[in-house]
Design a protein around this ligand. Structure first.
Ligand SMILES: [Fe+2]
Length: 181
């Protein structure tokens, strides 16, 4: 077990992880569901770990739950991505950084997508800057790892199933240790 894995384990078992952030599932359950979906889809270890850690910013910002309730965006994508970038390659941290903008991109480019979003996710869309224009969409998708960010976003939206049984954090220990090594 290495230091980074221990840090993640500590964050995943912190009290903040019990909060719901307006969704049906607890935050850590949600992150584990996203990682499981990524692994089932045959994603790279980098994208699996990105999916596992994509909302870690919420665990790092103790006020993010209160901020959410009062309609303020705590920029969990930037905070989380910076934490991940200190420990993992860009192939892990960039999809984390881009997963919120990927929602703005998908709403702008996929007419079906908005209907798939949870109520909480629609609410935060406005807090996060709203739907992208065509120019913003083109700029977004031309960035490295933007497609991985969009893929992560799809799992993000699906990983909100109450009481779904998925592997725990230990299932990702090997990938975490390898990538953070
Ligand atoms: Fe998420």
């Amino acid at each position: 077990m290495n230091q980074v894995y221990r840090e993640i384990e500590a964050l995943f078992t912190s009290g903040v992880s019990e909060e719901y952030l307006g969704e049906d599932v607890k935050l850590v359950e949600h992150m584990l569901q996203c990682a499981a979906l990524a692994r089932e889809a045959g994603a790279s270890d980098e994208l699996v770990v990105a999916s596992l850690l994509h909302d870690i910013g919420h665990l790092l910002i103790p006020s993010s739950v209160d901020d959410y309730d009062s309609g303020v965006d705590a920029h969990h994508d930037e905070v989380g991505a910076a934490w991940v970038a200190d420990r993992f390659p860009a192939a892990v941290s960039e999809p984390v950084r881009l997963h919120v903008e990927a929602k703005q991109y998908l709403v702008a480019t996929d007419p079906e997508y908005l209907s798939l979003l949870s109520e909480a996710s629609r609410k935060t869309l406005e807090m996060q800057g709203g739907v992208f224009t065509q120019a913003q969409s083109e700029t977004f998708i031309s960035q490295p790892w933007a497609r991985d960010g969009v893929q992560l976003r799809m799992w993000d939206d699906l990983g909100k199933v109450r009481n779904k049984v998925v592997p725990g954090l230990g299932a990702y220990q090997e990938a975490i240790v390898k990538l953070a090594g």
